[in-house]
Design a protein around this ligand. Structure first.
Ligand code: SF4
Ligand code: SF4
Length: 759
């Protein structure tokens, strides 16, 4: 607990022009918390050198252990308001959440002072109930394990070794190089980006790895088990146990099931081949038709819309490679368990993959160039619905356009059929509007890229939540964690994905990805070494603490942690793994017994801050009161930006930042309601398939828990509509003020005062 507090009120940035900052300092010094407020002062510009020096002098003179800075948002000047690791700091946003966003209500003028007093008291009580985290410091293993010895894995190993880290490189094949080593060429990876194709020196990269004494190469082996936690993993590979700090997962992709290519003639027309087969032809002696002739024309199909429509698919029919005795007539559940085909991510619809990528376009262009190189008299046709050549690769497309031997046409393929020795491709929606028919000696259809994580549990985690990455179906089998903000992270802290297991990509991007994932693995080891969280709360020293005497072993925390950070013993008592933890607080929000808290973010701490909001006994005495729990990742910055842009909102709301909506414990809502608060708004990230929640599941779990809260409120005679969750992304600063005002308006006009008001 911080018990000797200094409270400082800033008069800068319009605060002093609108609020009596001296009176507010007086209020803090002599108010209800005066017993632990040792000093309270105002200052014209608190972030100025003089302002900071004043605080530092007070800390030294009065041995303050906590400082409440009532000034700007905690997102501003964070580098100024730091006073060493013995003094905790709480920021009260008088600027953004009070002065800049203030909206006068003629019915109850002068609310700004009421708001400022509430926030000052909330800040004091939050800090009083906060402790400096005492991180657990492991004795870290620093070796990085790279799984996958393809182009990405080789580059990741070289990157990590180049900055001094020992690397164990595990490859399941008996030789290194992966798919890159079997490729004829790549599309150009350097200027001028328009050349036909480029030989990649994979053998040279392998030689560098093999000559590097920091890299131990293990081939013909897989990861049989990964137990422990970041900086303290024990990985079993080929029956031997290795001490590992972090993992780069570069296991690549497997080609998609070719059954789904049947609508494009694959499997029934002999001169229809996949792009993987075409690549192998080029690498192994040249392009030949099934009759052994060099083709005079080759058509490349880029679009997959026909495939997306789905195959009329009988799991036990001719196209099916499932065992004949598979119990397909029985329930779907049994089919799911038994059927190899239905194990694919798209099993519900048995369609082709639901996504396409730039790689499909670039590979088709590259293969058209192979035709021009290896069969110079032949014509290459490229038929595309969407030609995706982002960035500099546009030059590759332009070079193909300028090549008289390459015919590019937009068109949606409607059918592929055999006509004598030719294959006929029909397409509609062409640029000229007319339907077309093309006859070619050979047709090349795209190979689907399925991440290896969709096919099997590549890491074999010894975790309570199981050996695989969770929820892969939702992300097409990619081990996603937050695609937008944290591209390399998976849902297992310490394991970073790179290359085609992360997203379809060519060799140039794969090399960059390898460097990114290697850096994340290093950051993970070094953060664990300091007891810090890696991401998204980088540098956070707190971690969940359990008061086990109250634990009922209900397992909610172990089941709901989005990152598998909690194991449990045979009775169900949680066993925390601090270095796996991302400090989201989802476990804290889940626990019905309030067992879990952080030293500086706790159930009772936030509950007490909510109680600091002064709620008038009736609406007529000072209007309603609404608590807004705002996620610090997107919603809180959106509010800051709204205030900076001069937006305002109802003077009856009081904000509390939360680490994630997943950390919201139902007791906070219950406490607020029993205190007479008229409504609770929860502002958090988008959830669902295209979620933006920085902790993946937090906002979704909150929404699920909200239903239970609503039910409980209903039983008490309180309208469930008084508690609502809203999805707010960081760019919604223009919308969020209106959302707040509408909520307040709805509560006051449609529901009136909370029935508990005044009790
Ligand atoms: S839910 Fe969040 S805070 Fe709790 S153990 Fe898991 S990662 Fe850590
Ligand atoms: S949610 Fe709370 S009561 Fe349930 S197992 Fe976890 S710590 Fe124990």
């Amino acid at each position: 607990m911080a018990e000797k507090l200094g409270v400082y009120i800033c008069g800068g940035c319009d605060i002093g022009a609108n609020l009596d900052v001296d009176a507010l300092a007086e209020f803090a010094a002599n108010g209800k918390h005066s017993s632990y407020v040792t000093v309270a002062k105002s200052n014209p510009v608190l972030c100025s050198p003089e302002g900071k020096a004043m605080i530092e002098a007070d800390i030294a003179e009065n041995e303050l252990d906590g400082v409440v800075c009532c000034a700007c948002s905690p997102r501003a000047k964070w580098d100024v308001f730091k006073f060493g690791d013995k003094v905790q700091v709480e920021r009260v946003s008088l600027r953004e959440q009070c002065v800049w966003s203030y909206q006068e209500d003629p019915q109850f003028p002068g609310q700004m002072e009421v708001i400022a007093k509430d926030y000052t008291n909330m800040g004091i009580i939050k800090l009083f109930n906060s402790r400096i985290p005492e991180p657990e410091l492991p004795d870290p293993y620093k070796t990085i394990m790279v799984v996958g010895g393809g182009y990405t894995g080789l580059n990741a190993a070289l990157n990590a070794a180049s900055v001094g880290y020992s690397v164990i490189l595990v490859e399941q094949d008996d030789k290194l190089g992966g798919k890159a080593a079997t490729m004829y060429k790549s599309y150009p990876l350097g200027a001028p980006f328009g050349d036909r194709a480029e030989k990649i020196d994979v053998a040279g990269v392998i030689a560098q790895v093999e000559a590097n004494d920091k890299i131990q190469v293990i081939t013909g082996a897989t990861v049989e088990a990964l137990a422990g936690a970041p900086a303290q993993y024990k990985a079993t590979v080929g029956g031997t146990e290795y001490e590992i700090g972090a993992v780069v997962m570069a296991t690549g992709f497997v080609p998609g099931k070719t059954e789904f290519l049947a609508p494009l003639g694959y499997g029934s027309i002999k001169n229809v081949v996949t792009s993987a087969e075409f690549e192998a032809m080029a690498a192994n002696g040249g392009i030949k038709t099934a009759e052994g002739k060099t083709p005079s024309s080759v058509a490349f199909i880029v679009d997959t819309s026909l495939l997306m429509e789905g195959v009329s698919y009988d799991p036990c029919g001719d196209a099916c490679d499932a065992p004949e005795d598979m119990p397909c007539d029985d329930s779907k559940e049994e089919v799911d368990e038994e059927c190899e085909v239905f194990d694919y991510p798209d099993k519900e619809s048995a369609k082709h993959l639901a996504y396409s990528s730039e790689l499909t376009s670039l590979v088709a262009l590259k293969h058209a160039n192979y035709v021009r190189e290896l069969a110079p008299n032949a014509t290459a046709y490229v038929i595309y619905d969407h030609m995706m050549v982002p960035g500099i690769n546009e030059k590759y497309y332009q070079a193909a356009q300028d090549d008289a031997g390459i015919m590019l046409t937009k068109g949606t393929v409607t059918g592929v059929s055999e006509a004598g020795s030719s294959v006929v491709v029909k397409a509609k929606n062409t640029l000229l509007g007319a339907d077309i028919e093309l006859a070619a000696d050979m047709v090349v259809v795209p190979t689907a890229i399925v991440p290896t994580t969709a096919a099997n549990p590549t890491m074999n985690f010894v975790y309570r939540q199981g050996p695989a990455f969770p929820d892969l179906e939702l992300f097409d089998g990619f081990a996603d964690s937050n695609y937008i903000c944290f591209p390399y992270e998976t849902r297992r802290t310490g394991v970073y994905a790179a290359g085609c297991v992360r997203q379809p990509m060519g060799l140039g991007l794969a090399a960059e990805d390898a460097a990114g994932a290697a850096l994340k693995a290093i950051q993970c080891i070094e953060s664990a070494n300091r007891g810090m969280s890696v991401h998204p709360r980088s540098g956070d020293l707190s971690f969940p603490e359990f008061n086990f005497t109250r634990c009922t072993q209900c397992k909610r925390c172990t089941e709901e942690c989005p990152f598998g950070a909690l194991d449990d013993d045979e009775k169900g008592t949680p066993l925390p793994n601090p270095t796996r933890c991302r400090r989201c607080g989802t476990c804290m929000g889940a626990c019905p017994e309030r067992v879990i808290s952080f030293s500086n973010y706790g159930v009772s701490q936030i509950g007490q801050a909510i109680k600091e909001v002064k709620v008038p006994d009736t609406l007529e005495e000072g209007g309603p009161r609404i608590i807004v729990l705002a996620c610090e990742n997107d919603a809180y910055p959106a509010l800051d930006m709204a205030a900076m842009r001069g937006k305002s909102w109802s003077p009856y709301v009081r904000f509390l930042p939360v680490r994630c909506l997943g950390s919201v414990n139902a007791i906070w809502v219950a406490d607020a309601m029993s205190k007479g608060v008229d409504g609770v708004m929860m502002l958090g990230c988008k959830y669902g398939d295209d979620y933006q929640c920085h902790f993946v599941k937090g906002s979704e779990l909150c929404n699920r828990r909200k239903e239970n809260i609503a039910e409980s409120l209903g039983r008490l005679g309180v309208e469930p509509e008084r508690v609502e969750q809203y999805e707010v992304s960081i760019d919604m600063y223009d919308q969020v003020p209106a959302m707040i005002d509408e909520f307040v308006e709805n509560i006051t006009t449609n529901f009136g005062p909370n029935p508990f008001k005044g009790y």
